[in-house]
Design a protein around this ligand. Sequence first.
Ligand code: PGA
Length: 250
Amino acid sequence: MSRRPLIAGNWKMNGLLSDGTALAQAVAQGGKDAPCDILICPPVTLLGAVKSVLSGSAIQLGAQDCHWQEKGAHTGDISPQMLVDVGCSHVILGHSERRADHGETDSQVAQKASAAHQAGLIAVICVGETEAQRDAGDTMSVISAQLDGSVPQSATSENTVIAYEPVWAIGTGRTPTAQEANQVHAHIRAHLHGRLGDAGTAALRILYGGSMKPGNAADLLAQPDIDGGLIGGAALKAEDFLSIVAAAKA
Ligand code: PGA
């Protein structure tokens, strides 16, 4: 089964109005007729402005986190319904930086993903091992536990994308080999088979994230179980991001 690749830019805490909208404009311009789906996830302050820039383009808009409740007394938080209201179709959840900076647990990630699903958003759920866990040979068991804890019962191949992001590869310039990454992707797909069944597992998109760049993207994206990328640093330069987009072929 061929899965249409998804290349997602995670801008993290980067971008002010002028440079953020210029970046979105350049991606929208250069991403016409792309061989894959494109998603950009700017900081929440830029969602409205970037949505305007993307109007008329096929590029989708996502946020980097959300709360699990629809509204209420949660100072500083943003609900899934608010993200839908501003034009988001996706939300990244459980990124390792949120797990580390904000102590997010698997069960909170599952709650957020479930709320995102209810609001009609596609949840991009992140999992990944630390370097110590990898060195101890625990990668597959760590990933299995994160999937069990972070992927809610409501998940389907339509409303969920998994991002495999080895923590030690994020922002470091280091990556697993394409084959090593693919083995983890195949493990993720197999592990979710009990929940998603044959068709769901075959349709599920699993992105690789962690120092994906123009120089290594084609190799990673050529792997059978790697269905796209979640790009951090290289998503901040239109030229680099678009070169990764060009490397993604169905
Ligand atoms: P990076 O980040 O591409 O800068 O390594 C990826 C991510 O954290 O999503």
